[in-house]
Write a protein that binds this ligand. Structure first.
Ligand code: ACM
Length: 271
């Protein structure tokens, strides 16, 4: 199967423009799974609750999910994409997995980053992975990568491919993803964005680091975008490779786990 990311610089608040850009980028491209950045339709740097309320949408019956659903069914593909979800008076930093038959599932970001905490509710879905006809696909969003438990949870749920919509500003993720993939023997497709948002009168601008990448279960970087380019990259993946967790005759990284020795992982830290 072929998986790809579209790395671009969404314009803040201009949904139609951003969706049109996605449409023209994927138009003639042959792939089975497309991963789009976190908040790909709205941009990232929200500066008020009112703005979040105005730009967030119900899932699945919203402008952006309607677009993704139409694109998925027209092209017969799966799309993983990040968007601002409205649910009653709460807002989530969410990602959807859309398939040719409609919405496959929703994931709400577990680990909110920085000022996201001012506007969004921490996710309540837990990590999720879905069996599809192109493999088992799990979702995590951007900063979730910083917590090894995220990818481990997805791998234990059976994910072959972790789709990772992102708006990365810290420099570390591109170096870390090969390790995350290696220690879980899964593929990952990180779709980051490029560009700068400077929407606060006296605040820091945010510059996104690009460098979207696709990594194999052996921790090999199969493709990696530059920091500043808008690009759609596609790579051939073999999901069944991610189902083999064996390293040698004696070691299988899942069978060798010792959950009884990992007690502190299920406890909150004291401070
Ligand atoms: C991030 O989680 N958007 C850094």
């Amino acid at each position: 199967m072929k998986a790809g990311f579209y790395q671009f610089a969404p314009s803040f608040g201009r949904k139609k423009e951003n969706l049109d850009k996605v449409l023209s980028a994927v138009n003639d491209v042959d792939l089975d799974l497309l991963v789009l950045p976190e908040f790909f339709a709205t941009g990232y740097q929200f500066i008020s609750v009112e703005e979040v309320a105005e730009l967030s949408e119900p899932v699945p019956k919203g402008y952006t999910t309607d677009f993704l659903s139409a694109l998925s069914s027209e092209k017969g593909i799966y799309i993983a994409a990040g968007l601002a979800e409205a649910m009653g008076d709460r807002f989530y930093n969410s990602a959807v997995l859309m398939g040719p038959g409609g919405l496959v599932g929703v994931y709400r970001k577990t680990h909110l980053f920085s000022e996201e905490k001012l506007y969004f509710t921490p996710g309540d879905t837990g990590f999720r992975a879905w069996d599809t006809d192109i493999g088992c696909i799990g979702l995590m969003i951007c900063f979730d990568w910083f917590f090894p438990e995220s990818m481990r949870s997805l791998a234990l749920l059976g994910a072959d491919i972790v789709a990772h919509p992102s708006n990365l500003v810290l420099p570390y993720c591109p170096q870390a993803m090969p390790v995350r993939c290696l220690e879980n023997r899964v593929y990952a497709v990180t779709a980051n964005r490029t560009g700068t948002e400077d929407r606060k009168e006296h605040g820091e601008p945010l510059t996104f680091i690009g460098q979207s990448l696709i990594v194999s279960p052996e921790g090999k970087v199969l493709t990696r975008a530059r920091e500043d380019e808008e690009v759609l990259s596609v790579v051939e993946l073999e999901p069944e490779k991610a189902r083999n967790k064996s390293l040698n005759m004696f070691n299988d990284i899942f069978k060798d786990r010792r959950p009884g020795s990992y007690g502190p992982l299920s406890k909150k830290t004291k401070k």
